[in-house]
Write a protein that binds this ligand. Structure first.
Ligand code: MSP
Length: 522
């Protein structure tokens, strides 16, 4: 098992506030980084902002500001938002950072020197939203399918990365590494894109004349041009870990995984491996591609005002609950629909009724029947053995699902333990047994079993719900347990300390009433 894990989010354009889509990608990467750290790996999590390109100039012109002012404003907004909601990144990279500009220039020079770049005339349809030239498959009724805006016809002399030369190698690589691009549907999509692009020659325009765009990184071999924004942006994944000669660069790169939305599959699955190959680096280990969130059945858009701000969600529902919903309700790779009702139903069912209820019932009874400390158990009976087996099973299941980037399944697995423990309590009925003569040992065993199942659930939930997990551990008398927790050892049955002082506390997740809107009344 690899002892290093390197995970990235896309770096976000600095032309909009963080919304639901950015939040999902970032929360997922954060959860994966935390999981791998829990599994004892040294994990590095990179996120940041993509600051060059025409979009920023458009916003700057609208606001009568400089592009740098716009970039500073949004880069800070993203960083502050992630800080406010507890995202634990290792570096927030900005493409205007000096080290990044230097790395981009050195990569450009190396690719140029190796003969992969040529100067030529080009005419094509450019979408500023995508910041790239479009092909027929990107268009519907003459409009870009992602941005619903008409691309501009552009003809100019530019530098081209001769990417098409590498398509046969890349196709073979994708065939030989079936889990490089996952889930599978996106691998198939990339293979068909590669076929189509081959027919078009596979040249990638990587420059913009300064006469048209001077907000970018200058080409080291022609001062009249700046670098195309995607070529610049993708390289952040190298700069962020100290390319070319940082101490850990080689080890981290060998463990690299990207999380991206399906909208940016092509740059990551085609441009990027070809660029890496041109400088002698392997593709990242995995490209994890997720689907799109819609909101109440509609595409997220500024004009509809349905962006869903992570800070507003934190304010209204608590960020942990929102984070849980995102990870649990999207099936990785497939589109999902955000609705406030489904969020509330999910919080109530899983967090309030299932997990929260188990915590309060168990600790209530520990207080009433065991003096408020984890009791000494008797030997486990059949029902206890079932819980122990479930606890052992979920540790393996979660590991498998997290390594395949299926957080929704990992959560389902953890909640199967929470659920089983609630049912176990119903069957053991310690509140009745406590009144019976000689029922003492059975009650102690039941309550011990609940506390230990809670401890293991909390350890396993910690990458997903870090604050809630820490709080559960405090309540069962194990504060600080997460500091040194490592899987699988920390989730082994029997780790709880008999005699630890427990604390009932307030409900972890109060039930939320569904808001009856005019819509839902109909
Ligand atoms: N700057 C580029 C990425 C460069 S990476 C080298 C970019 N930025 S972006 O601000 O548009 O963010 C794109 C990412 O945000 C998507 O890939 C996806 O991860 C996330 N999402 C944006 N809208 C989304 C949804 N509606 N649903 C889910 N995620 C989406 O592209």
């Amino acid at each position: 098992m690899s002892k290093i894990f390197y995970i990235t989010t896309p770096i976000y354009y600095v032309n909009a506030e963080p919304h639901l889509g950015h939040t999902y990608t970032t929360v997922l990467a954060d959860t994966l980084a935390r999981y791998h750290a829990l599994a004892g790996e040294s994990s590095f999590f990179l996120t940041g902002s993509d600051e060059h390109g025409e979009k920023v100039l458009e916003v700057a012109a609208e606001r009568q500001q400089t592009p740098q002012q716009v970039a500073d404003y949004y880069a800070n907004t993203f960083r502050e938002t992630w800080d406010a909601v507890g995202i634990r990144y290792d570096r927030f990279i900005r493409t205007t950072d000096a080290d990044h500009q230097a790395v981009v220039q050195s990569v450009l020079q190396a690719v140029y020197d190796a003969g992969h770049i040529e100067f030529q005339e080009y005419e094509g349809l450019y979408c500023v939203g995508c910041e790239r030239f479009l092909t027929d498959r990107d268009l519907e009724n003459g409009l870009c399918t992602d941005h619903e805006r008409a691309p501009e016809k552009r003809a100019e002399s530019n530098y081209f990365f001769k990417m098409g030369r590498q398509f046969s190698w890349l196709t073979e690589y994708i065939d030989a590494h079936p889990d490089f691009i996952r889930p599978e549907r996106y691998r198939n999509e990339v293979l068909s894109m590669l076929k189509e692009e081959s027919g078009l020659g596979g040249d990638l325009c990587i420059s913009r004349p300064k006469t048209r765009l001077d907000w970018g990184i200058e080409l080291p071999f022609d001062e009249n041009y700046v670098c195309y924004v995607w070529f610049d942006a993708l390289i952040n994944y190298l700069t962020g870990i100290g390319y070319p000669d940082g101490d850990d660069f080689t080890a981290l790169w060998a463990a690299a995984e990207h999380v991206v939305g399906k909208d940016i599959l092509k740059p990551h699955a085609i441009f990027w491996p070809c660029m890496l190959r041109a400088i002698g680096l392997d593709p990242p280990r995995h490209l994890n591609v997720h689907g799109y969130w819609n909101v109440e059945g509609r595409k997220i858009s500024k004009s509809l005002g349905n962006m869903i701000s992570p800070l507003a969600m934190k304010e209204k529902f608590g960020f942990e609950a929102f984070r849980y919903y995102l990870l649990r309700d999207m099936s990785f790779g497939v589109d999902s629909n955000f609705t406030q009702d489904s969020l509330i139903l999910r919080i109530n069912a899983d967090l309030a009724n299932n997990l929260g209820n188990l915590v309060s019932r168990s600790l209530n009874m520990v207080k009433r029947f065991a003096g408020g400390s984890v009791p000494e158990p008797g030997p486990p009976g059949d029902l206890e053995k079932e819980i122990i087996e479930t606890a052992n099973r979920i540790v393996n299941e979660v590991d498998r699902e997290m390594r395949a980037t299926r957080p929704q399944r990992a959560l389902e697995s953890i909640f199967s333990l929470v659920d089983a423990t609630n049912r176990y309590l119903e069957r053991r009925e310690p509140w009745k047994v406590a009144k019976q003569e000689g029922g003492d040992e059975s009650v102690r065993t039941t309550l011990y079993t609940c506390c230990e199942a809670l401890r293991i659930s909390a350890v396993m939930l910690s990458p997903f719900l870090p604050e809630t997990a820490a709080e559960i551990l405090v309540r069962i008398g194990h504060p600080g347990e997460l500091d040194a927790a490592r899987l699988p050892g920390s989730a082994q049955w029997g780790g709880i300390q008999v005699g630890a002082t427990t604390e009932k506390g307030e409900p972890l997740f109060p039930r939320i009433e569904l808001e009856t809107t005019e819509e839902t009344k109909k």
